[in-house]
Ligand binder design. Structure first.
Ligand SMILES: Cc1cc2nc3c(=O)[nH]c(=O)nc-3n(C[C@H](O)[C@H](O)[C@H](O)COP(=O)(O)OP(=O)(O)OC[C@H]3O[C@@H](n4cnc5c(N)ncnc54)[C@H](O)[C@@H]3O)c2cc1C
Length: 536
């Protein structure tokens, strides 16, 4: 391979391309990011950063930077007929980030871009891709100025109108909704609940108000179709919409900025991978902004793909792992497009009988604890799993107990909990931030000397040290320093409980924090077979 050919070329410096770039930097592979714009722009689009995305930023050691910029919101209130009909609390989301962080998309991009720049990665603006072509073991892109760039892999993060997707001949099936929408940022005072998301169901269409701090709100609402989509008309539409739909005696609407109209497209590409070309974010799926999921899902596309590409480029994993990107992420995108479509149809239905039923149903259904739980864990994206992926594996159980079988399974997000490391309290997740798989060995209070795990560690060290780090999760302090790996004291037995580790067992965690493999008892042969299967 020629020295100056990067491993990966990222097309598009939106939130998805930038996340991928940050992760590639952390994995230490050679990459380049290009964008057709002359420089960063302010986009009045995403405002919600959900829990799973914040956990990903944790893994990238970046969450603190986002928290400094955004506003934590712990609840959402639903209004119909001028009254609050339901309230969704977010503080019991199953995550250490049990809130939604409200942060304008351009600020999210700025945090990611600043990190890259600090690390010496400059973004190449004014590079507009017009075509892509695979040649031998490389992808070649041609820019609008005639220049060509090559890389081993290309990741299209170039948004809904992806030129890469079009040039690669991939179709983007779906529909454009007839409804017209408006978005803006506005200074508002006198709202009934000024630190929550407000969702207002109204006969003229739904409206959402999202607090961005300092009395500034992102407003998104359905409006009447207009032919002439000027900024002035968009601002006027926002003022009318707030005036007629928000019921509050003391309401003061101040400055309105960045107003614009948009329509909703619901589309998905049928293949997330074509040879050496991958699609992520809006280039792969676009959907209604209902629930604020698009950017979050795109960031998770990037997170799913980054470790696979990085470990393949470094020669640490078999390239067949790259097929699991489509296998795992396409169903998530499909579900998202369909679910937000159903929700949007329901919210925009103006037939009086349907609207009346919807408002009553919202009042009743949203008050049920299981519905609340489902809603918050879905919105926060902590429920996403890859149980049916070919990467998710466990051997046939031999004598494993019922609780273990019902416990956390391969493909699910690895639970987090408090442990002690060198006598200091810490969280398991902070020990999983290395860029490898992590093997968690749970001793369930047994002496590790009797468990005979030294040979397993020796073989892992000999054959898989570039892929796997091992950690002992222990409830027996006598096991400290008995194995050549970090010792995490499960002093509250929280992790043993979360992982149903009643007997000694093993969990292999992927670099993106999902469980790849588990076994009880620890099955050395099966585990090594699993690792060999995905190794080069
Ligand atoms: C009103 C509204 C509200 C939303 N709210 C939320 C929310 O709260 N939460 C959420 O998760 N999502 C939300 N979304 C969706 C979110 O904005 C998108 O999902 C997100 O922008 C997708 O990011 P991306 O990086 O994939 O694409 P983009 O943000 O579209 O970035 C693509 C980049 O590629 C570049 N590019 C394009 N073509 C080329 C080319 N040929 N060559 C080189 N570069 C190119 C572009 O210049 C751009 O910088 C909202 C969307 C809208 C419209």
């Amino acid at each position: 391979m020629e020295a100056d050919i990067p491993d990966c070329l990222i097309v598009g410096a939106g939130p998805v391309g930038l996340t991928l770039g940050c992760q590639f930097h952390q994995y230490g592979i050679a990459f380049r990011i290009i964008d057709k714009l002359p420089g960063p722009v302010k986009r009045t689009k995403a405002a919600a950063v959900w829990s799973r995305t914040a956990e990903i930023f944790d893994q990238m050691n970046l969450t603190q930077r986002f928290l400094e910029e955004g506003v934590k919101v712990f609840g959402a209130s639903f209004f119909a007929g001028g009254k609050r009909v339901a309230r969704l609390t977010l503080d019991s989301i199953d995550s250490v980030h049990n809130y939604v962080l409200m942060l304008a998309q351009h600020k999210t991009e700025e945090v990611l871009r600043t990190y890259l720049e600090e690390k010496g990665t400059s973004l190449d603006y004014n590079c507009s891709v017009v075509s892509v072509e695979e040649r031998d073991d490389l992808v070649e892109v041609t820019l609008d100025n005639g220049q060509t760039l090559t890389a081993r892999y290309l990741i299209a993060c170039d948004g809904a109108h992806s030129q890469v997707r079009q040039s690669a001949g991939l179709s983007f099936e779906g529909r454009e909704l007839e409804s017209q929408w408006v978005v803006a940022d506005a200074e508002i005072e006198g709202l009934p609940f000024d630190d929550e998301i407000l969702l207002i169901m109204h006969q003229d269409g739904p409206t959402g108000l999202f607090p961005l701090g300092d009395s500034l709100y992102r407003i998104v609402g359905q409006t009447e179709p207009v032919a002439d989509q000027t900024t002035e008309l968009a601002e006027q539409a926002v003022r009318e919409l707030v005036g007629t739909r928000v019921q509050s005696g003391n309401l003061k609407l101040g400055k309105v900025t960045d107003a614009g109209f948009f329509s909703i497209n619901e589309r998905q590409v049928d293949r997330y991978r074509k040879g050496r070309i991958f699609l992520a974010g809006d280039a792969a799926h676009v959907q209604s902004p209902l629930g604020g999921q698009g950017m979050n899902t795109g960031i998770q596309d990037a997170h799913n793909l980054a470790w696979k590409l990085a470990m393949v480029c470094k020669g640490d994993l078999n390239p067949k792992v790259l097929d699991t990107y489509h296998e795992e992420r396409h169903p998530i995108g499909k579900w998202l497009v369909e679910a937000t479509s159903r929700g949007t149809d329901m919210l925009t239905n103006r037939q009086p009988i349907v609207a009346a039923f919807r408002d009553q149903a919202a009042r009743f259904v949203a008050s049920l604890p299981p519905v609340q739980n489902k809603l918050r864990n879905t919105l926060s994206e902590v429920e996403i799993n890859y149980r049916s992926s070919s990467l998710s594996r466990e051997p046939a159980y031999v004598g494993a107990g019922w609780r273990y079988r019902q416990g956390i399974r391969p493909g699910e997000r690895a639970p987090d909990g408090l442990v002690r490391y060198n006598d200091l309290e810490t969280r398991l997740s902070s020990h999983l931030r290395g860029r490898l798989f992590h093997l968690l060995l749970f001793d369930s209070g047994r002496s590790v000397l009797a468990l005979n795990w030294e040979t397993l560690l020796k073989q892992l060290q000999e054959h898989h040290c570039r892929r796997v780090d091992t950690v002992l999760v222990s409830t027996l302090s006598a096991n400290r320093e008995k194995l050549p790996c970090p010792f995490l004291e499960d002093f509250q037995e929280e992790l043993h409980h979360l992982y149903s580790a009643i007997e000694p067992c093993a969990y292999l965690i992927r670099p993106d924090g999902y469980i790849a493999y588990r076994s009880q008892p620890v099955d050395k042969v099966e585990l090594l077979n699993y690792l060999d299967e995905w190794s080069v």
